[in-house]
Design a protein around this ligand. Structure first.
Ligand SMILES: [Zn+2]
Length: 350
């Protein structure tokens, strides 16, 4: 399976408190599997990494400490990613890439979660050019983590049903183009991704003089040639190492296309909703406009106070997130009280 990673921006990560240190891929030798702790996890989707991020911020850390988090649905959420030092196992945060499978107690990991975790492991081996040691948290630190079922799985060699390891083993020679995908604004990029937006990237690469790897013109299916050309473009922006692996990030994609294609921009422009009135956003208010406001705040990166996804009941988290958005407009005092008026609404949906 390919590795499709949900970016921090997409799941609504809070900004780092200070910047975690960088770690070169050459320093990685281990892969640590974690669970969440003693309690079963019922959260799903973006709420999973957001809850961890919130907790790790509260502990005084820079933010979410795992390199990646995997859900029972098989989603992979970016935490510290490939290049940042994690905070997941004392003494092993430089040498080890830490991945949490979001389960707790005696909860059984799903096949989807195990396949996603295994795919991350193989991608980590591919990137580092070596076979990383497979470990559970308790192999590096006195703890119950990652719990019975997951630890047994690690000791078994991390098998995953229906999962085909990359041909040639888990650590292909250096120079193999990256073969994973990212999703930006609802569109996939990277090896195997398909669509008109892929052709558009290829054409833009050619236009910028980075079309050398194409033997035939760019097309709607993302191939190794797209990855190689995109890597050349990333290097032209000054990126190196894993940042220039040929798989787009939001910054490079915007630099290439001048805009980010996808759902957010077009949908928001097409129908900015009319302001529904101040009375809809008050303590005790329950209505769909509150949900809509919350979702838009998350989309714009102002979701840090939500412990659970935004909903129809107006809460203090809504007010705090809205206040953060208002303050980001340069407003102060009564203009940044966290209660939206027409101008907040207009700018939020602009
Ligand atoms: Zn752990």
């Amino acid at each position: 399976m390919s590795v499709s990673i949900i970016s921090r921006a997409q799941w609504g990560a809070q900004p780092w408190d200070g910047t975690p240190a960088s770690v070169a891929l050459s320093q990685r030798t281990e892969f640590f599997v974690h669970y969440d702790g003693a309690t079963h996890i019922s959260r799903t989707g973006n709420a999973i990494p957001r809850a961890i991020d919130e907790q790790h911020h509260r502990q005084g850390w820079a933010g979410i400490g795992y390199n990646f988090v995997v859900s029972q649905a098989g989603e992979i959420f970016e935490g510290r990613g490939w290049t940042m030092q994690g905070a997941h196992c004392p003494g092993h945060n430089v040498s080890g890439i830490g991945v949490q499978v979001a389960i707790g107690g005696d909860q059984e990991p799903s096949e989807a979660a195990l396949a996603a975790c295994r795919a991350l492991y193989d991608e980590a081996c591919r990137r580092t050019g070596r076979t990383l040691a497979k470990k559970g948290h308790k192999d590096g630190y006195a703890t119950l983590c990652p719990g019975g079922p997951l630890y047994a799985w690690v000791r078994d060699g991390m098998p995953a049903k229906g999962y085909e390891p990359a041909p040639g083993g888990t650590a292909p020679a250096d120079g193999t183009p990256a073969r994973y995908q990212v999703t930006i604004n609802g569109l996939s990029y990277g090896y195997g991704a398909e669509g008109d937006h892929v052709t558009a990237v290829g054409r833009a690469l050619v236009a910028k003089g980075h079309g050398d790897a194409y033997e035939v013109g760019p097309g709607p299916k993302w191939t190794d040639a797209d990855t190689l050309n995109y890597a050349a473009f990333q290097r032209s922006l000054g990126y190196s190492g894993a940042d220039a692996d040929g798989v787009p990030g939001e910054t490079s994609l915007r630099a290439l296309l001048g805009t980010l294609p996808g759902t957010t921009t077009t949908a928001a422009k097409a129908k900015a909703p009319a302001f529904p009135g101040r009375d809809k956003f008050r303590p005790g208010a329950v209505n769909s406009h509150v949900t809509r406001l919350g979702r838009q705040l998350v989309k714009k990166g102002y979701g840090r106070h939500y412990r659970q996804g935004p909903g129809p009941r107006w809460t203090e988290a809504d007010r705090l997130n809205c206040e953060a958005f208002q303050r980001a407009q340069g407003w102060r005092g009564a203009d940044a009280d966290g209660y939206p008026g027409p101008e907040t609404w207009r700018r939020l949906f602009a």
